[in-house]
Design a protein around this ligand. Structure first.
Ligand SMILES: NC(=O)c1ccc[n+]([C@@H]2O[C@H](COP(=O)([O-])OP(=O)(O)OC[C@H]3O[C@@H](n4cnc5c(N)ncnc54)[C@H](O)[C@@H]3O)[C@@H](O)[C@H]2O)c1
Length: 415
């Protein structure tokens, strides 16, 4: 365990923020209450590699309420909230993470949670599963869960290569995860990160959104709502068309590079903005990434072709190019919403982590009978999670009449 973060005043601050998040996570609370009665995770060790935030803390205590020994390491070196880590340690949950840790300690923390021989792992980006498959041929898991799009893409590549030797639940593929967390969570918190770091006025600026998937669509909507002129860069024609029909300008990366003031990448792909684009950009632009890995902005090019770099504000680096133009990068090109702000609001993590807790319960109950594949949670869980979340925000849900149910399941002529 990382004792250097077990600081009482930090822990106190973290505990208050965990309590604040808890009050906004009604779905997880209802699962925790049931877990306390039924102990479905009794005797299991669960190792989670997730962003160490106040919302994740509530997932960890829910797993413990279900009877598990839960332990946590970070899924990104820059996303750990040290006060939350300290509060969890004070509460008896092992945490292996410190904000700003270097790559070596990041991976050694992953190794430490795997050394505890967990039966279930939870990933945000597939790092634990990758480590088990690459380095630990003898490690036996009941199963694993995956939080994010990039992790699911990596897992499907592993599945195609035939190397997965336990079931993996793609939590990201649940509707109550990606339609809310990726869209509304990333939409709001990525803009929050850019604003906290720069304090720029968004109204009137040209905001370039690279990648119009669930996350990109959310960011575009929030930037639009703040008064930006939104330009979308996409490689998928259907998604590009959908952005155009939302009223956004759709452009190539070259075209967008010339006109943008703020650029946000959310593709899950590498070097989507690189030297050839940086050379076209105006003086003073701001670049941020909200895709999972810090590979979307080619910072190596900036390092090689600039004459200076200085940190000028919270999580904001200014690179000066040889021709004098300044290019600003938020949170070192890592997840901007976690590096420069606090990550997703509790209301959306409530649904994501409700799905995580239910996925762990599914693995505990049926893991031995599940196929060694990437699996989705049943649709009925989406309905259950959404119904509780809807009730919490005060929406009424209409019910089908028996006649309508019969009509929808019949195939007679419609007249
Ligand atoms: N910041 C966060 O907290 C957070 C939350 C959820 C997901 N994510 C991550 O964000 C990334 C995007 O997730 P998503 O769910 O929106 O994925 P998605 O697959 O729905 O969307 C990605 C989009 O990027 C496009 N794209 C790929 N390469 C491109 C390129 N070179 N130029 C332009 N567009 C390109 C794809 O066509 C696709 O439409 C992933 O890495 C995911 O893991 C981050």
């Amino acid at each position: 365990m990382n004792h250097d973060i077990a600081d009482p005043s930090l822990a106190e601050a973290g505990a208050l923020r965990i309590e604040w998040a808890e009050g906004r996570m009604p779905v997880l609370a209802s699962i925790r209450e049931r877990f306390e009665k039924e102990s479905p995770l009794q005797g299991l060790r669960i190792a989670a590699c997730l962003h160490v935030t106040s919302e994740t803390a509530n997932l960890m205590t829910t797993l413990r309420a279900g009877g598990a020994e839960a332990m946590l390491c970070a899924s990104n070196p820059l996303s750990t909230q040290d006060d939350v880590a300290a509060a969890l340690v004070a509460d008896g949950i092992a945490v292996f993470a410190v904000r700003g840790e270097d790559n070596d300690s990041y991976y050694s923390h992953l190794r430490e949670v795997l050394d505890a021989d967990p039966q279930i792992t939870m990933d945000d980006g597939a790092d634990l599963v990758t480590m088990v498959l690459k380095e630990r041929p003898d490690q036996r898991l009941v199963g694993s869960t995956e939080e994010t799009t990039t992790g699911v893409i990596r897992l499907r590549a592993m599945e195609a290569d035939g190397v997965i030797r336990f079931p993996v639940i793609a939590v990201n593929d649940s509707a109550t995860k990606h339609l809310f967390d990726n869209r509304h969570g990333t939409g709001q918190s990525a803009m929050d990160g850019i604003i906290r770091s720069t304090n720029l006025l968004i109204a009137g600026k040209t905001v370039v959104v690279v990648g119009f998937g669930d996350c990109g669509a959310g960011v575009a909507a929030r930037a639009d709502g703040l008064g930006a002129k939104v330009v979308v860069v996409e490689v998928d024609a259907v998604r590009a068309l959908s952005a155009a029909m939302e009223g956004y300008t759709v452009a190539t990366a070259d075209e967008a590079a010339r006109i943008g003031d703020i650029f946000i990448t959310l593709t899950g792909n590498l070097r989507v903005l690189r030297g050839e684009h940086f050379e076209l950009m105006k003086d003073g632009v701001v670049l941020a990434n909200a895709g999972h890995f810090d590979v979307e902005l080619d910072l190596g090019y900036l390092a090689d072709h600039s004459v200076g770099k200085r940190r000028i504000r919270h999580e904001l680096d200014e690179w000066t190019m040889k021709d004098g133009r300044r290019i600003h990068v938020v949170a070192e090109g890592r997840l901007v919403n976690l590096g420069a702000a606090e990550g997703h609001p509790a209301e959306v993590m409530d649904m994501s982590f409700a799905n995580q807790a239910l996925a762990a319960e599914w693995l505990a109950k049926d893991g031995a009978d599940l196929e060694n594949k990437v699996l989705r949670l049943p649709d009925s869980i989406d309905q259950e999670v959404a119904a509780i979340a809807l009730e919490a925000i005060g929406g009424g849900l209409e019910q089908l009449t028996p006649e309508q149910e019969e009509y929808l399941s019949s195939w007679e002529f419609g007249t």
